[in-house]
Design a protein around this ligand. Sequence first.
Ligand code: SAH
Length: 280
Amino acid sequence: MSRSDARPRRFPLGLDKVASAQPAADKLLRPQAHMQLIERERRHQGAPQGLGLDSPRVRARMVARLRTDGIGHEGVLAAFERVPRHVFVDTALVNQAYEDTSLPIGLGQTISKPSVVAAMMQLLCARPGLSAEARQGTRPLGACLEIGTGCGYQAALLACLSARVVSIERLRELHLKARRHLDQLNGLISPWADIRLVHGDGMLGHGPQAPYDTIIAAAGGEALPAAWTDQLAPGGRLVAPVAGAAGAQVLTIVDRLPDGTLKHTHSGAVLFVPLKSGLA
Ligand code: SAH
């Protein structure tokens, strides 16, 4: 006889015993209903789902860091304060949403680092077609074209400072994801925000809405596509990562001066995902 056979058998309990231990259906406690209510309220306030983070305060800390790092444009800082970055990243990464880091957004792509996005936006605000006063105005980016929508975070930031934004993404899945994310903002960014998401090859720019006062690329190629400079309005500015010497990417600024000529300048080294042609 084995040892287990020698003991009185307690488990599993017979079905008759288990059934009698159940409370009546009308007495069932439903703690999940309460949790759902809290969750709904939290979502309504724009706080990270399932986390105890006070996101407006975490966002304010991120903005203070950007300011310390040299971002001085009040409109750019206000946009970062307003747009909830956690809405744009996967749930598992929500607690890293306000760190100054790039994060995976699926399909091998990344949401760019806040400090890099802020620096690029600040550069755009200094486009040559604007007076010093207009640079600090409410819509310094004018008509804006973004190449590489990704998760849609930067499109939301740009919308806070633009008259209208056209944002192109070559990966359909990300294009749709960005739309879902932006739909969740529900007026958190200005109700008049005009963001048009396009599933297309950004190397061609977007002719139907051209010209643009500002063009920003979130992906870096070997050279600047001609369509981008062609679609840049007089007084406009383009900021994009472009491969430099030894393959390293350099942030490139192209201004279309009021007389129509182009002026190229280079800023620091950067690291963006590759600009690819064609759709997927
Ligand atoms: N601004 C984005 C960053 C996305 S990463 C954000 O806030 O999340 C860069 C994106 O550029 C990727 O999604 C990539 O698919 C896209 N991309 C690369 N080449 C492209 C092209 N030719 N046209 C449009 N999008 C492109």
